[in-house]
Design a binder for this molecule. Structure first.
Ligand code: NDP
Length: 284
């Protein structure tokens, strides 16, 4: 068997194009959706992600502000900056690119973003709403993965799903979204004993650990759908996922590549969340 490739680039293009009429309608009503992206310091990977986000906004006619702050900004100054963005009616979405320097408490920063502008969906209110089945903003990466599964016609109801990785931004919300659609979900972490015993049961396997190529073919159920969230920069400069792609594609029925899989969908869903935020603002 050779797995079908799930094309995140094509689906992200479609997803973004579908936003055009909604953006147009908002503009006719005098509202241009606006996203403020706060970048603290010069981390190279963060700078690349932020550039892609701003470029996606520009292409769609969403107004964007790249708010660059020095690595030594104090926590108080950063919180004050977020409060200014909260109060700005032209800004419908705010994201603070993670990770932040060690002297800044990322949780405090996220909690300071207005929950109605939290287009990353990381605010504790948004995490709670997601958990109780009434999401306001779904975190972009898991939201994009749900769109991929939907577009591939993957049956989620009653499926066995395994999420490897339990971060607040990917693993946990991913599990919640799959559970909400009726999957039976196992969440694994670095302490999980006999990881392969869990992954091998999964019809849907989502991997988000940051451990290059850690999922090998013998850990995958034949015919499973495999979603690789990992982005690892290897010593040769190439990007590698958390799944041993060449190995696993011989076993899976469908698989996402890295790059060109989950990454582009994450940005597309950020655009979706920003447009939703502007629409809600318009109706409030
Ligand atoms: P975190 O480091 O926050 O979390 C990693 C999770 O993986 C933790 O729960 C950790 O367990 C678990 N883990 C680590 N090693 C193992 C192991 N050997 N077996 C099982 N579980 C393990 O990472 P993120 O969730 O932020 O990101 C994960 C990956 O996804 C990274 O490569 C990141 O770059 C990428 N990413 C990609 C995005 C995209 O758009 N494509 C978006 C966001 C992230 P424990 O809880 O025990 O520490």
């Amino acid at each position: 068997m050779t797995a079908r490739m799930i094309d995140g680039v094509a689906l992200s293009t479609q997803t973004k194009e579908a936003l055009a009429p909604r953006i147009q309608t908002l503009k006719e009503q005098g509202i241009t959706p606006g996203l403020a992206v706060v970048l603290v310091g010069e981390d190279p990977a963060s700078s690349v992600y932020v550039r892609h986000k701003v470029a996606a906004c520009e292409k769609l006619g969403i107004r964007s502000w790249l708010d660059r702050q020095p690595a030594d900004i104090t926590e108080k100054d950063l919180l004050d900056r977020v409060k200014v963005l909260n109060a700005d009616p032209a800004v419908h979405g705010i994201l603070v690119q993670l990770p932040l320097p060690n002297h800044i408490d990322a949780h405090r920063v996220i909690e300071t973003i207005s929950a109605t502008k939290d287009v990353d969906g990381f605010h504790i209110s948004n995490a709670g709403l997601l958990m109780t089945g009434k999401p306001l903003f779904r975190p972009c990466t898991p939201y994009g993965i749900m769109k991929m599964l939907e577009s591939e016609g993957v049956n989620i109801r009653g499926a066995v799903a395994c999420v490897v990785g339990a971060s607040n931004i990917v693993g946990k919300p991913m599990a919640m979204l799959l559970l909400a659609q009726g999957a039976t979900v196992t969440i694994c972490n670095s302490k999980t004993k006999d990881l392969a015993a869990h992954t091998r049961m999964a019809d849907i396997l989502v991997v988000a650990t940051g451990r290059p190529a850690m999922i090998t073919a013998n850990m995958v159920k034949p015919g499973a759908v495999v979603i690789d969230v990992g982005i690892n920069r290897m010593p040769d400069g190439k990007l590698c996922g958390d799944v041993a792609f060449d190995d696993v594609k011989a076993v899976a029925s469908a698989i996402t590549p890295v790059p060109g899989g989950v990454g582009p969908m994450t940005i597309a869903m950020l655009m979706v969340n920003t447009v939703e935020a502007a629409e809600r603002f318009n109706h409030s």
